[in-house]
Write a protein that binds this ligand. Structure first.
Ligand code: GBH
Length: 471
């Protein structure tokens, strides 16, 4: 059914679970600042100050991981817990000790860690110097990445440099609904995306030239993508709009890394055209310098975060009062044809994952793929007996199996989002993605397995015993 070494995992991110926002010498991150601003930027002004308290209760998380029977666990390390001002001038040893313990405990339990270096939580000190809009960030991120490879790379063999640069660029710097809350439509997002690609590439090259021979690990970046289909499959305009939709989301980052070393052609030409139409001085999409290390080829596998699917149609002409937003550059609008469950943006379309995996195989030269996030949330009164989510995990894992067996996609692992209910960014604690329920009202932040957690554990043990028997 699944290859023998298939990774069965669950994922979390530091700011969403750790709490301890100013414990033991941790520096503030942009999410600390964003949440502390108040004013409803985050649902009911919730914050990750405490959340699941995984900084204190890591052992409880470990029990959850063991109870599920995971072979892999994806976590992120908090940059400002390790390097409080973002630079290697000052290392916070207590932060190093914390992640050393997490990594050692995982390995002692026979669980492989996959470590993300950056999951939205930029040290505030770096934001104060311009953050991701600054070209210096590539260098600074590279130093941080090398510090992590040096410190943890003897034991960590799977690395993700950046989680979802698209979300950081667009939601953080265009829509302003994620930290740092900047709203500069159509300019900042492209600049941020550009510097994130440069930063990722630098870190990959460093790993490749200085650590790979000794440590033998693999490095990639996690890209989020919806699957997309034309509203009217017979309409050439809708088909082209769907291609643009994918080019302006997944393609924005995947094309430079996996295909050409540059942005998709349609993205370049559309942004150039629209910049002219709107009388912008320069083209807003930056150019990669020939003097810098290449972006092309800087991923050892494809890391995909998949949640939902969209139907897309072309928009005829520019809408009234149209600004510079990157999705307007794409001239593709989303038609919410699939029913939505749980959180508002999440239409449950399991076979969208299979189609997206096939698209990735065909478009990006058959890479090894890890599904680094996938999940389904509940909103409102807690349902421990979450039958619907059990069905969701059954269905989606079936689709992954079909992608492997029928479409020949080289899928190496699946990570459920998330191990625990946690701080769901702008949605605060309103939205629960966990396989374990967390009681945020209790100081112990008690973790209790959902029925879907038991379901996932059952799926893992079924496939694990099948592969063991066939060996
Ligand atoms: C992931 O992003 C994140 O990596 C993870 O940290 C997070 O917990 C998980 O999603 C669940 O949300 O508010 O209508 O503007 C997935 C991609 C992009 C999906 C932003 C939600 C917000 C839509 N996300 N999107 S909206």
């Amino acid at each position: 059914m699944f290859p023998p070494k298939f990774a069965w995992g669950a994922a979390t991110a530091a700011y969403q679970i750790e709490g301890g926002w100013d414990s033991d010498g941790k520096g503030p991150s942009i999410w600390d600042t964003f949440c502390h601003k108040g004013g409803g930027l985050v649902y009911e002004d919730h914050s990750g100050d405490v959340t699941c308290s995984s900084y204190v209760f890591w052992e409880e998380d470990l029990k959850c991981i063991q109870q599920l029977g995971l072979t892999h666990y994806r976590l992120s390390v908090s940059w400002s817990r390790l390097l409080p001002d973002g630079t290697t001038k000052h290392v916070n040893q207590k932060g190093v000790r914390y992640y050393n313990k997490v990594i050692d405990d995982l390995l002692a339990s026979n669980v492989m860690p996959m470590v993300t270096l950056y999951h939205f939580d930029l040290p505030q000190a770096l934001q104060d110097q311009g953050g991701w809009t600054s070209p210096e960030m590539a260098d600074i991120f590279d130093s941080y990445a090398c510090f992590c490879f040096q410190t943890f790379g003897d034991r960590v063999k799977l690395w993700i440099t950046l989680n979802e640069p698209y979300v950081c660029a667009k939601l953080g710097h265009e829509d302003g609904i994620f930290a740092p809350g900047i709203k500069e439509p159509g300019i900042a997002a492209y600049l941020v995306g550009h510097n994130m690609l440069r930063a990722h590439a630098r870190a990959w090259h460093s790993y490749h030239s200085m650590y790979r021979a000794k440590q033998g690990g693999a490095v990639s970046l996690a890209l989020n993508s919806d699957w997309a289909e034309p509203v009217n499959p017979a309409s050439p305009d809708d088909i082209a709009a769907t291609e643009r939709y994918l080019a302006f989301s997944l393609g924005w980052f995947a094309w430079p890394v996996f295909v050409t070393g540059d942005y998709p052609e349609v993205m370049r030409s559309r942004v150039e055209l629209r910049s002219k139409e709107l009388s912008c001085q320069d083209c807003r999409l930056p150019a990669f310098s020939k003097d810098e290390p290449s972006i092309l080829g800087t991923a050892d596998f494809f890391a995909l975060n998949y949640y939902t699917s969209r139907r897309v149609k072309a928009v005829g002409g520019l809408p009234e009062g149209c600004g510079l937003k990157s999705d307007q550059d794409a001239e593709a609008v989303v038609d919410p044809t699939w029913p939505v469950c749980g959180v508002s943006w999440l239409a449950v379309v399991p076979d969208g994952l299979r189609k997206l995996l096939k698209y990735i195989k065909d478009t990006f030269n058959n890479p090894a793929v890890y599904i680094t996030e996938n999940g389904f949330s509940q909103v409102g009164p807690v349902v421990m007996d979450d039958v619907q989510r059990c069905g969701f995990y059954q269905d989606i894992i079936q689709e992954v199996a079909k992608a492997i067996q029928e479409d020949g996609v080289d899928v190496r692992g699946y990570f459920a989002w998330s191990l625990l209910d946690n701080f769901e960014w702008a949605d605060g604690f309103r939205v629960r993605f966990g396989l374990f329920h967390v009681d945020f009202a209790q100081p112990e932040k008690t973790r209790t397995i959902y029925r879907s957690g038991r379901e996932y554990a059952g799926i893992i043990s079924k496939y694990q015993s099948q592969t063991n028997n066939s060996q």
